[in-house]
Design a protein around this ligand. Structure first.
Ligand code: E4P
Length: 214
């Protein structure tokens, strides 16, 4: 399973890169705004660090505007994937960009049939938002499972990015389901490495070895 880092924070990306945990990056307007600096500088820096897909979202909401923005974003680096919202206008843009060879990730997916539409329009990736569904008492991972079934039924090559990941359980379920990618906040990456028995075990090993010196 590929790990994308769900962040626009360059320091987090550098730390995860050191552990070989960055197969790609996803950003969105909220994450870029959180950095409180010129987003163009942030994007430039991310592109200089990450070789895998770097997902950058359009701000336009009409197809013509999205296509123009996507074309501009695609000039920034060959690893750029353009995030397009799951709307009618968005699907027109996805189809046009697909024909021009610009890769797209359809974002804000909350039900499996939206992912079917996105794949038919020509999306390279879809991003079901599992955490936001969980927030409204709907099991987000069930949507991922349905998308995986639909894609396998018809042989779609669109990759599933499990997005809006909030905890290690989302990552575990994504992995056991065989999702292609999980885009994970750095805080959750840290949680994935933690277990109290690991800490206790390490402390005991060091203490036992220290006892030799007494
Ligand atoms: C990534 O592509 C999404 O924009 C992101 O995972 C959304 O996460 P959130 O629901 O925590 O804002």
């Amino acid at each position: 399973m590929k790990f994308f880092l769900d962040t626009a924070n360059v320091e987090e990306i550098k730390k995860a890169l050191e552990m070989g945990l960055v197969d790609g990056v996803t950003t969105n307007p909220t994450l870029l705004a959180k950095e409180k600096r010129d987003p163009n500088l942030t994007i430039k820096e991310i592109l200089s660090l990450v070789r895998g897909p770097v997902n950058l979202e359009v701000l336009a909401i009409d197809a013509k505007g999205m296509i123009a923005e996507a074309k501009q974003l695609a000039t920034l680096g060959e690893q750029v994937v353009v995030k397009i919202p799951m709307t009618e206008e968005g699907m027109k843009a996805v189809r046009a960009l697909h024909e021009e060879g610009i890769r797209t990730n359809v974002t804000l997916i909350f039900q499996a049939v939206q992912a079917l539409i996105a794949a038919k329009a020509g999306a390279d990736y879809v991003s079901p938002f599992v955490g936001r569904l969980d927030d409204i008492s709907t099991v987000g991972m069930e949507v991922v499972s349905d998308i995986a079934t639909i894609y396998s039924n018809y042989g779609f090559e669109t990759e599933i990015i499990v997005a809006s990941v909030r905890n290690p359980l989302h990552v575990l379920e994504a992995a056991t389901m065989g999702a292609d990618i999980a885009t994970i906040p750095y805080a959750v990456i840290k949680q994935l490495m933690k277990h109290p028995l690991t800490d206790i075990g390490l402390e005991r090993f060091l203490k036992d070895y220290e006892s030799l010196k007494k």
